[in-house]
Design a protein around this ligand. Structure first.
Ligand code: ADP
Ligand code: MG
Length: 248
């Protein structure tokens, strides 16, 4: 039996990361403690250099902490070796990147199906799920388009569809609206919110952009590698947005 606290998806405990630069020590993350729950949209907000990417990299197991740990679904990702981590990520974690990170040689459909190739899913099943996700992000007419034949907003919608493929419990996004104009950013955020809510998944967005917090249930403000404050957004305040979306 895995030891999982009820509904806690991610547990960050006494996390610290020090980079050594020549003789200098750079404390990128220090004394970080927080949890992310099932169904929660969490925004980690901070200026450039505050430690956001370092934190996200440790949550994704890409970087080892100097001290403390990150558990996802009760498993310590900060301890896993590369092979175990790769399998764990394929099963449980989706990623959205600022620069989309799509494969230019592949179509939208192929890009979205790709994570399922690694999971050994049959082609028919891959195509079915990828099509349904591309439809959910409003790109059912762009299945055969390649990244260079799409706008930034469309490429990011493909990136979002890809991150949800295989229904991972948690999706990590690093500055997902960083390359988009403000109108497209709002569309992309509302889309991510809808997908997360539909399946009760969890979303962690790391950003310097305050506008991104419009979809957040929880905002973690970071400053110089530490948590400055945590703000919980009440359901009622967000009620209007949710009601509008349900009617649409
Ligand atoms: P953010 O994503 O919020 O802009 P980062 O996590 O990239 O912040 O960086 C936090 C701090 O850690 C910065 O001072 C940065 O210079 C430092 N840092 C990040 N990565 C490294 C590294 N590989 N080596 C040395 N210092 C690093
Ligand atoms: Mg960063």
């Amino acid at each position: 039996m895995r030891n999982i606290k009820k509904d806690v998806l991610v547990e960050v405990k006494d996390l610290r990361k020090v980079f050594r630069l020549g003789k200098e020590n750079v404390v990128a993350i220090d004394k970080m403690d927080f949890e992310i729950h099932k169904g929660e949209i969490c925004c980690i907000l901070g200026t450039s250099g505050s430690g956001k990417s370092t934190l996200l990299n440790m949550m994704a197991g890409l970087e080892k902490p100097t001290k403390g740990y990150v558990k996802i679904l009760g498993q310590e990702v900060t301890k896993m070796n590369e092979k175990k981590l790769a399998i764990f990520r394929q099963k449980h974690v989706g990623f959205v990147f600022q620069s989309y990170n799509l494969m230019n040689a592949l179509t939208a459909l192929e890009n979205v199906s790709l994570p399922l190739v690694f999971r050994g899913v049959s082609k028919a099943k891959r195509n079915k799920e990828a099509k349904s996700l591309l439809k959910a992000v409003g790109l059912e007419t762009h299945l055969k388009h390649k990244p260079t034949q799409m706008s930034g907003g469309q490429q990011q919608r493909v990136g979002i569809a890809r991150s949800f493929v295989g229904s991972p419990e948690i999706i990590f996004a690093d500055e997902p609206t960083g390359n988009l104009d403000s109108k497209t950013s709002v569309e992309v955020l509302e889309l991510m919110e809808k997908l997360v809510r539909d399946k009760d998944q969890a979303l962690v967005i790391v950003t310097h952009d305050k506008n991104v917090t419009m979809i957040a249930d929880k905002i973690i403000y970071v400053l110089d590698g530490r948590i400055e404050k945590v703000e919980l957004i009440k359901r009622e305040e967000k009620g209007q947005i949710e009601d509008v979306q349900k009617e649409a």
